[in-house]
Ligand binder design. Structure first.
Ligand code: G6P
Length: 625
């Protein structure tokens, strides 16, 4: 939650900061602000509302300074308002701070600081940080000699930030400006992301790489409690004890276009259309001559045989990807597999031990509950495997193993290409387990791989024409409630499709296992209600059709997603709308069937005139509990 950007160089900082914030709005967008070093003074401009509100401000246009910090907020402590927006300064206005994360002990710290004479303007947890820094900075002032020694002053600044962060309980990524040190910026992170982009005589900071990817490809991925002191042409790194060290930079291969809309009206639409590429890239070098390769994993047959269970833990859409692969992993590995919601799992003392393999799925690699669940499993002795899209993200630093989807940056809050790439990678992982365990015949493996390789073409076919889906969206957009039904693997797709429509079109939606409907929920079915049925499993189709007939009898308007083969076995005239998708192996079907349903949610949201990429109350990266 919350996005932060920083710039220190020779150009005007404000436009660079605003452009970076605009790319980070997916992390929060209820208020925004910047602080720029202007003629030795810290000039703060902030307000409630989106980043674009700031762009229109004359005061910001007039800022000439070339060092600055910026923030886009997703409120946790204190309502969205100008006063609660970041940056925050200490009561003497000598330090300015932007912060992403949560300070859990801010109430106690605030009381301590008030006793020392500091006063507070906002309701935020963040405001204690600049005040703590001010306190320690001034406490450190020794002799006049020291104050005049520039290097010593700089170090005093880093030291004050370190002493302040020593006091903090919780998570933080912070950028700090100091009036007395106008050519320096200090940054540090703990459990919230922060990257530094290295330019020529200029340096950039951001919560994630895409925000500053158009300026540089060389990045430092800051680890927990590493401090960086930045000037225009230098970056010094200090560890948690303030011992200076050299850090290696990473070169990122994504291009900046990948993080732009590239001609599409919305990021979500672009990302839906990027799915064929994302899946191709994710399969990438993992399959070779009919076998699956995971060189970063060293699982032996003995280890896999020793496992009594696999736990898949995640949140939101990533958790739905887990549901979509549960039965595939069970069937191919013959290991009992459970899927759980990270925020529930972590507090219920789960039965996990060294005979459990714990898999964590997270697009961002930053979701607080997922990371906490991973730490818990490690403590209990289990091996942990992270499945993520973001190289160097927090979860990859905690997990025993990390494997990556190659979906490219996903910006829209509603996840699309990350979901289909996660399923792709996890099916490959299931096949890899089966290979090691010798549970699968060579020809069987070859057949699934063959089928996987043509999946991107099948999705391209669906994406070629969207008129029918747009038409259904027009029929549905005024609805208050909709239902999604399916059995087996199709039920998992129903669950994800239902979330998509809720997230971006604000229509109340429920997903149901088709057979469960009549145990209560059918009472809600009345004339005209929209029900969407998904039927791709030939073994279950007849059963689902019976359930759909039961609701047609009660007046429902039905839309079904079926494949060509299933269509041949049914009298499709009983349904109001029939969306046909290409046929594929049942295990892989969620990757195909979700695509028209992502589009349906998208077009419903467009019909309603909503902001598809930034739905109300949501944030893409949920770094708080
Ligand atoms: C938020 C997003 C969802 C996402 C979930 C998990 O709720 O809005 O789209 O699925 O977080 O995020 P992760 O980065 O862990 O996959």
């Amino acid at each position: 939650m919350c996005g932060i950007v920083g710039y220190i160089g020779k150009q005007k900082a404000a436009p660079i900061l605003l452009a970076g914030l605009a790319k980070l709005e997916y992390r929060g967008y209820d208020s925004a602000g910047i602080a720029v070093m202007e003629n030795g003074k810290i000039e703060v401009q902030k307000d409630k509302g989106r980043v674009c509100n700031l762009c229109e401000k004359k005061e910001i246009e007039n800022l000439q300074g070339s060092i600055g910090i910026a923030h886009t907020r997703w409120a946790t402590h204190g309502e969205p308002s100008k006063i609660n927006s970041h940056p925050h300064t200490d009561s003497n206005e000598e330090f300015a701070v932007v912060h992403n994360g949560i300070i859990e002990n801010y109430v106690e710290l605030r009381k301590e600081l008030e006793k020392k004479g500091y006063s507070f303007k906002s309701d935020t947890d963040t405001e204690v940080i600049p005040n703590l820094i001010h306190y320690f900075y001034n406490k450190e002032k020794t002799s006049q000699e020291d104050v005049n020694d520039e290097n010593n002053n700089e170090l005093k600044f880093v030291k004050a930030v370190k002493q302040a962060t020593d006091k903090l309980i919780g998570s933080f990524a912070i950028e700090v400006l100091s009036k007395e040190n106008p050519d320096i910026m200090v940054v540090v992170r703990k459990d919230s992301p922060l990257v530094i982009g290295k330019g020529y005589n200029e340096n950039y900071i951001a919560s994630d790489i895409p925000a500053i990817l158009s300026y540089t490809k060389d990045f430092y991925l800051l680890e927990n409690l590493e401090f960086a002191m930045l000037t225009r042409d230098n970056i010094r790194f200090f560890d948690k004890d303030l011992k200076e060290f050299n850090k290696k930079s990473d070169t990122i291969t994504w291009n900046a276009m990948a993080a732009d809309k590239n001609g599409y009206e919305d990021y979500m639409l672009k990302e839906i259309y990027e799915q064929p590429t994302a899946i191709r890239e994710t399969i990438g070098t993992r399959v070779n001559e009919g076998i699956c390769k995971f060189d970063e994993l060293d699982f032996s047959k003995e280890y896999l045989q020793s496992l009594t269970q696999i736990y898949i833990v995640a949140c939101g859409t990533a958790m739905h990807a887990g549901l979509a692969v549960k039965s595939t992993i069970e069937r191919l590995s013959k290991i009992h597999t459970e899927v759980d919601i990270a925020s529930e799992f972590r507090y219920r003392d789960p039965l996990v031990d060294e005979k459990t393999l714990c898999i964590f799925i997270t697009q961002s690699g930053e979701t607080a509950d997922t990371i906490a669940a991973l730490k818990l499993c490690k403590e209990k002795g289990a091996k942990t495997l992270a499945v993520t899209n973001v190289i160097g993200s927090s979860i990859t630093r905690e997990a025993d193993y990390s494997i990556y989807t190659h979906a490219g940056p996903e910006i829209a809050v509603a996840s699309t290409k990350a979901y289909t790439s996660q399923i792709t990678l996890l099916v490959l992982l299931a096949m890899y387990f089966a290979q090691i365990l010798e549970n699968i015949e060579k020809h069987e493996l070859e057949n699934i791989i063959k089928e996987m390789l043509v999946l991107p073409n099948k999705i391209e076919d669906i994406l070629k024409s969207t008129e029918q889906i747009q038409e259904i969206a027009k029929q549905m957009y005024k609805e208050k409630d909709v239902f999604y039904l399916g059995r087996g693997i199709d039920y998992t797709t129903a669950t994800e499709a239902s979330l998509k429509v809720k997230e971006i079109s604000y229509i109340h939606s429920e997903s149901y296992a088709a057979g469960e409907l009549k145990h209560g929920t059918i009472a809600l079915i009345e004339k005209g209600i929209n029900v969407i049925g998904i039927m791709t499993d030939p073994n279950l189709v007849k059963k689902t059709v019976s359930n759909i007939e039961e609701i047609i009898t009660r007046g429902a308007v039905t839309t079904v997603v079926i494949n060509e083969k299933i269509a041949q076995t049914l009298d499709t005239r009983i349904f109001t709308n029939v969306i046909r998708v290409p046929e594929t192996e049942t295990w892989l079907s969620p990757i195909v069937t979700i695509v028209p349903l992502q589009l349906l949610a998208y077009y419903i949201s467009k019909e309603k005139g909503l902001d598809v990429d930034k739905p109300r109350n949501l944030a893409k990266s949920v770094t708080v509990e």
